[in-house]
Design a protein around this ligand. Structure first.
Ligand code: NMX
Ligand code: MLT
Length: 435
């Protein structure tokens, strides 16, 4: 897409110059790594530079410097809606400029042109056993599409390193264009007898997903999709899916190979799968009490669960130290639109009760809810009740961020990522030497 290519190209000389100046300060230390950081998931070690987004522990995600509530204000809106167009968000992630309405619509138009999915992709998914998890099918679908990679073809023909980002950008637009259709195909295959609803030529990317799962003209659900896909699009460069994608793409694996790897990370219960786990948990709690419990009864229930050493999905975070603003944005939406829904009321009651209990244990770094503590409850209310599908929704949104990181990593000529491991003997010897 010429528009995005030109915008990125115009910024590149300045970015490349900044990187080269930084690399001249090669001995400058950003942080030291402690033994406890090594043994606790490299927590807090700054291993990546990413200008697309940044998670501030107290403010939450900043996308190109903007908070969630600023973006809800500033991004161009879908027609007859207060919710942002995914096309505008994608333009911002990729081009580092707040798009005009026209630019956001141009991205949407480009996606519509590129959205058709080859039949062999559908056939490969159809061949899987019916009980295959939807995230496995999403990852497989992306892998099947890899055959279409422009970057891989051009690389095989021979290409200047300086230009890798251009064909990665082509792949990024091609892949993202197909995601709502791919997700809808998986949903329809698993839960709606394999019906096929072709994409609408009038709807935006987010609403088109709703349309293709047979929710014709359901404006409320279209808005839930727009909000969901906006909120899940990126969470800086070092969460499991972003880091995995970055690592794989650093070997010059194309966008398809890299994003499928990222989706496999997102499919873990400590990461994106927490949204399905959380909805399952909320339903269990509701059924256990036969409805909304009294706060004191819920408190006893939660204490017992934590006492058994069980995790409560949707709570805690490796970086955030406050309520996730993505949770707050969804709670505000729910309170405006569906505040009598029992699961939403339960989400709110858990929010009032659980953080204090988690904090008492003295172990947890962040007792507050993350994005997954509520996203499933919204889907459930609006009729998408098959909770094992929720991580697919997270995934297709997150790929907008992942591909932006890939394009910029190639544009800034980042090398293959290859840190170093050491042995237990070595570490013991180092500590003994110091002592
Ligand atoms: N419920 C109960 N205990 C918890 C929870 C929770 N939600 N979160 C953390 N703890 C415990 C944790 O098990 C650990 O205990 P121990 O020392 O006995 O092993 C202790 O608190 C310290 O953990 P933290 O250092 O606070 O958490 P960490 O940074 O390692 O992990 C998460 C962060 C998000 C993986 C963790 O909080 C968690 O597993 N939460 C539940 C799953 C979840 O909601 N994941 C979604 C994250 C967002 N996303 O979409 O990706
Ligand atoms: C995410 O959106 O990726 C999650 O909140 C996990 C993280 O940032 O570590």
């Amino acid at each position: 897409m010429k528009l995005m290519e030109e915008r990125i190209e115009a910024q590149l000389p300045v970015w490349r110059e900044r990187v080269s100046r930084l690399r001249n300060n090669g001995d400058f230390k950003v942080c030291d790594v402690t033994v406890s950081q090594i043994y606790s998931g490299i927590r807090g070690v700054q291993i990546q530079v990413s200008d697309i987004s940044y998670v501030d522990p107290n403010k939450g995600i900043l996308i190109r410097g903007h908070t969630i509530s600023e973006l809800l204000d500033l991004l161009p809106k879908a027609k007859d809606s207060q919710m942002p167009l995914a096309g505008g968000l994608f333009f911002l992630l990729m081009c580092n400029e707040m798009p005009t309405n026209e630019e956001a619509e141009l991205v949407e138009e480009e996606w519509r042109k590129r959205c058709l999915i080859p039949t062999y992709v559908f056939n490969s998914i159809r061949r899987m056993p019916a009980d295959t998890h939807p995230m496995t099918l999403l990852s497989m679908g992306i892998m099947a599409l890899q055959r279409e990679s422009v970057f891989s073809k051009r690389y095989a023909e021979g290409m200047n390193k300086q230009d890798y980002w251009r064909s990665n950008l082509e792949d990024a637009i091609n892949l993202t264009a197909k995601l709502p259709g791919l997700a809808a195909f998986i949903y329809n295959l698993k839960y709606q007898d394999g019906i096929y609803v072709p994409p609408s030529t009038n709807l935006d990317w987010s609403a088109n997903f709703g349309h293709m799962i047979d929710r014709f003209k359901d404006q409320d659900y279209y808005d839930v999709c727009r909000l969901f896909f906006f909120l899940h699009s990126d969470h800086e460069g070092a969460n499991v899916s972003a880091h995995t994608t970055h690592l794989v793409s650093s070997a010059l694996s194309d966008v398809y190979l890299s994003c499928a790897a990222g989706m496999n990370g997102l499919a873990g219960p400590l990461h994106g799968l927490a949204n399905q786990e959380c909805l399952k948990w909320l339903i269990d709690v509701r059924d256990h009490f036969g409805g909304l419990p009294e706060q004191s009864a819920l408190e006893t229930f939660l204490r017992e669960q934590i006492g058994r050493g069980e995790l409560i999905p949707g709570y805690g975070h490796a970086v955030l130290r406050t309520t996730d603003p993505r949770f707050t944005a969804q709670l505000e939406f729910a309170n405006e639109n569906i505040k009598n829904d029992v699961l939403i009321q339960l989400v709110e009651l858990v929010y009032k009760t659980l953080p204090l209990i988690l904090r008492e244990s003295g172990k947890i770094s962040n007792p507050w809810p993350n994005v997954d503590a509520i996203n499933g409850a919204l889907q459930y209310h609006y009729g998408v009740t098959q909770y094992d599908f929720y991580t697919v929704l997270f995934g297709i949104s997150r790929i907008m961020g992942l591909v932006s990181h890939i394009v910029w990593a190639r544009a800034l000529l980042k090398p293959i990522e290859r840190p170093k491991s050491l042995t237990t003997d070595m570490l013991e010897a180092m500590i003994a030497g110091k002592n």
